[in-house]
Design a protein around this ligand. Structure first.
Ligand SMILES: Cc1cc2nc3c(=O)[nH]c(=O)nc-3n(C[C@H](O)[C@H](O)[C@H](O)COP(=O)(O)O)c2cc1C
Length: 363
């Protein structure tokens, strides 16, 4: 049965599932989420999400406690499934080779070269345990299908489970895995392509084509993500059959976001008209605004293997990208952003919510 198309303020399958007032989800931002923005979207009636990529158990517990102090409304915590390569598996000579490639950027920013770490990412089991113990209303995942025991344990604790698909096949796999709702993430989205059945390069489907096909293929609620930045995108997503929208970049550009002022200034500038998909910064495909570091590494890669596999490359470039962000150097940091960035007109989470909800589905 096709669900009734929701309009803002009217309950639908997603607002009933999440316990929110409106069918708008703040996309999680691994490394750039802020308590303030997550709470602002939840307090505004949507579902604020917080990205826990790279967070150990203590950081997860502290963040969840901060979120609970900041809002009494439902929020989501977001995790990446493990890669199987969290611990250091690169041989030292390979590590040294990758560091040598990146040396000019460490030098330029006045940083010492990094030593090989024990691990690139925290232990996944500890992350999951801390996340479920924190008891968010919703837990959302990328890069895979949750194990049955994980879904069962979340449900036992009353936590809603959301998966993320970039293809129809991934959405079907997630529904079969027992998730309660699926984010259909079109290739317009900012940040990483979270494909898990096929390589990301073979899973590049636009939101306009992906959403209605996912709606037809699964019976769980569908959250449209990618390229939705204003009332027109909101209305279009609902007209395509989505039960809700997940918006990333438009919220990332607000003053409540953890993006540094220089990053937000780029999001609000004409430079945001162009985005690229690149593996250069993390080893995995991600969409962002082109800058010198992406161009340099892409060019160098053509001349030889200089991009380490994920998560090593993300860790390595992360050492200097954090410093570049602190210095406001937009040429050497990551500027993850989606294809609709240039549509952004608002500077506060409340204004973005108002803008989105002004869109009425036409069907
Ligand atoms: C800086 C940045 C970081 C992101 N990190 C994550 C993440 O850790 N987990 C996740 O599920 N999605 C992540 N995303 C995707 C967003 O949550 C959201 O789905 C996406 O931005 C929607 O597309 P839009 O940018 O066109 O609105 C990230 C997006 C950006 C821009």
């Amino acid at each position: 049965m096709t669900p009734a198309h929701p309009t803002s303020g009217k309950p639908n399958r997603i607002t009933n599932l999440f316990g929110t007032d409106v069918p708008v989800v703040l996309g999680p931002f691994g490394g750039v989420s802020s308590v303030e923005l997550t709470a602002a979207v939840s307090d505004g009636g949507g579902l604020g999400s917080y990205g826990l990529y790279g967070y150990g158990a203590d950081a997860i517990r502290n963040t969840a406690a901060e979120l609970k102090r900041a809002t009494s409304k439902p929020f989501a915590l977001n995790l990446w499934f493990p890669t199987g390569d969290e611990t250091t598996s690169l041989p030292q000579p390979d590590f040294d080779h990758y560091v040598a490639t990146l040396k000019p950027y460490f030098d330029e920013l006045g940083l010492p070269l990094p030593q090989m770490p024990d691990r690139y990412l925290p232990d996944y089991e500890e992350q999951v345990e801390a996340t479920l113990e924190a008891g968010p209303a919703v837990v959302s995942f990328v890069f895979g299908v949750p194990a049955p025991e994980l879904v069962e344990e979340a449900h036992r604790r009353g936590i809603v489970v959301v998966g993320t698909a970039t293809t129809v096949a991934e959405a079907i796999a997630l529904e079969a895995g027992g998730v309660d709702a699926v984010v259909a993430s079109g290739m317009e989205s900012g940040g990483h392509r979270v494909s898990f059945l096929k390589p990301a390069e073979e899973s590049l489907i636009g939101t306009f084509a992906l959403v209605p096909q996912v709606v037809d293929a699964v019976s769980i609620p569908v959250i449209a993500a990618g390229g939705i930045a204003d009332r027109r995108g909101y209305a279009a997503a609902l007209a395509l059959g989505a039960d809700a929208v997940q918006v990333g970049t438009a919220f990332l550009a607000t003053r409540e976001s953890a993006a540094v002022p220089a990053y937000r200034a780029v999001l609000h500038s004409p430079a945001a008209r162009e985005t690229v998909l690149t593996r250069a910064l993390s080893g995995r495909l991600a969409r962002g605004i082109p800058n010198r570091i992406i161009a340099d590494l892409a060019e160098a890669n053509l001349a030889g293997a200089v991009i380490a596999p994920f998560p090593a490359q993300n860790w390595l470039t992360g050492r200097f990208r954090a410093e570049a962000a602190a210095q406001g150097n937009t040429e050497l940091m990551s500027l993850w952003a989606g294809q609709a960035t240039a549509l952004i007109r608002h500077d506060s989470a409340a204004d973005v919510l108002t803008e989105l909800l002004a869109g009425r589905p036409v069907l």
